[in-house]
Design a protein around this ligand. Structure first.
Ligand SMILES: Nc1ncnc2c1ncn2[C@@H]1O[C@H](COP(=O)(O)OP(=O)(O)O)[C@@H](O)[C@H]1O
Ligand SMILES: [Mg+2]
Length: 372
């Protein structure tokens, strides 16, 4: 057997989804194939400190810090090929490098799923699981994502993007314009968040006004969309690089009026149905669109693409792409692969292999040019 690859599993992070990330990462740490991989736990605290070593997960969950947990940093200099131990008062030393063969960011939301940490891996020229910088940031920005989807001919709902400033300067005018353009009910969303945080369904001018106020607290850009009425929520997992594959489909049946934060994490009565009961023709269409959406943002490794399918007339609409979907063993993304014949452990292995494949492919490209 060859040398095991050292996988740096990165979790936690400076995001509202810190805890969700820990849950996903616990599952990954438990299931990753020990015959092929040696795991290095890398935790990022809510303040943004990086720690590495066995016991980091324990530390982030309970605050009790074992001896082996050490402060580390990742330098943009590719010659280090891993993390650097941070020593109080001491200079940064080449003897203090903890080598890492490939990173697996199990981070959700800002500073994890939005291209920022991916940019750091790129600078250091180290392989990492999942989407690159651009696909990550496009997937995080709901306004740019919709524009890209629309431009690629994917069906998206009617929407308007407004700046917080515009809304603050002339709230009445903005409400009036949105009313004329979209009508009620509509969905108001901060552009750069996930987990339904800051999202409201508005049924009237006063609700719309309140919804805009809420969204403006979280972001300087606000997306307002026509509500898809009578919509079923259908999700598809995609896996691959240049030839992505689509999984069997799943359906979410939210326990609230829509799939809001409480329905996702608090009330816990939302149902996942796998496979989603759909006519074969509709299923085929959704899977095809999932691959198209993945390619539209030039995604890599994995993504979950979420759809609305209208009851009755089966209209299919792309809602969003998530480049680091929930990744616990019972989350939709791995569940859909399990139903499609790929176990959770095998899925992790494939994602790491895809990361290495993409890295090799990228490093094949010429980086210098001289005019003859
Ligand atoms: N245009 C829409 N029509 C109907 N329901 C919507 C619409 N937009 C969002 N929703 C509801 O709100 C939920 C969260 O919205 P989404 O855009 O997926 O944000 P997040 O990134 O936070 O998951 C969806 O799962 C769905 O239940
Ligand atoms: Mg969503």
């Amino acid at each position: 057997m060859g040398k095991r690859l050292r996988v740096g599993v990165v979790f936690g992070g400076r995001s509202g989804e810190h805890e969700v990330s820990l849950m996903s990462a616990v599952s990954v740490l438990e299931a990753i194939d020990p015959d092929r991989f040696e795991v290095l736990e890398i935790g990022i605290t809510k303040e943004g400190h990086w720690l590495a070593g066995p016991g980091v997960m324990e530390f982030l969950k309970t605050g009790s810090r074992g001896e082996k947990v050490q402060p580390v940093g990742l330098l943009a200099d590719p010659s280090f090929k891993g993390l650097v131990q941070v020593r109080q008062g001491g200079p940064m030393s080449r003897d203090a490098v903890i080598p890492v063969d490939v990173f697996f960011p199990v981070l959700h939301g800002p500073y994890g799923e939005d291209g920022t940490i991916q940019g750091l891996f790129e600078m250091a020229n180290l392989p990492y699981v999942g989407a690159g910088v651009m696909a990550s940031s496009v997937g995080m920005d709901k306004a740019v994502m919709k524009a890209v989807f629309r431009d690629c001919g994917l069906p998206v709902v009617d929407y308007v993007v407004i700046k917080r400033k515009e809304w603050e300067n002339n709230p009445q005018l903005v409400v009036k314009q949105l009313e004329d353009r979209l009508g009620y009910p509509c969905f108001v969303k901060p552009v750069n968040l996930g987990s339904s945080v800051g999202i409201t369904k508005a049924h009237s001018p006063s609700e719309l006004e309140k919804a805009l106020e809420v969204a403006a607290r979280y972001d300087r850009k606000i997306l307002v969309e026509k509500a898809v009425e009578q919509a079923r929520e259908i999700e598809c997992s995609v896996l691959g690089n240049d030839e992505p594959q689509a999984s069997i489909l799943g359906e979410i049946v939210p326990c609230n009026e829509f799939y809001d934060y409480r329905a996702k994490y608090v009330d816990g009565d939302s149902e996942l149905i796998i496979p989603a009961p759909l006519q074969p023709e509709v299923e085929r269409q959704v899977r095809q669109l999932a691959v198209k959406a993945f390619q539209a943002v030039d995604c890599a490794g994995m993504a979950r693409v979420d759809f609305f399918v209208t009851r009755g007339d089966n209209r299919v609409i792309v809602n969003e792409i998530n480049t680091i979907p929930g990744f616990t063993e019972i989350s939709m993304y791995p569940k859909l692969w399990e139903a499609s014949g790929i176990s959770y452990r095998e899925l992790i292995t494939r994602l790491i292999d895809l990361a290495l494949e993409r890295y090799r492919d990228k490093n094949r490209s010429q980086t210098s040019y001289s005019a003859e």
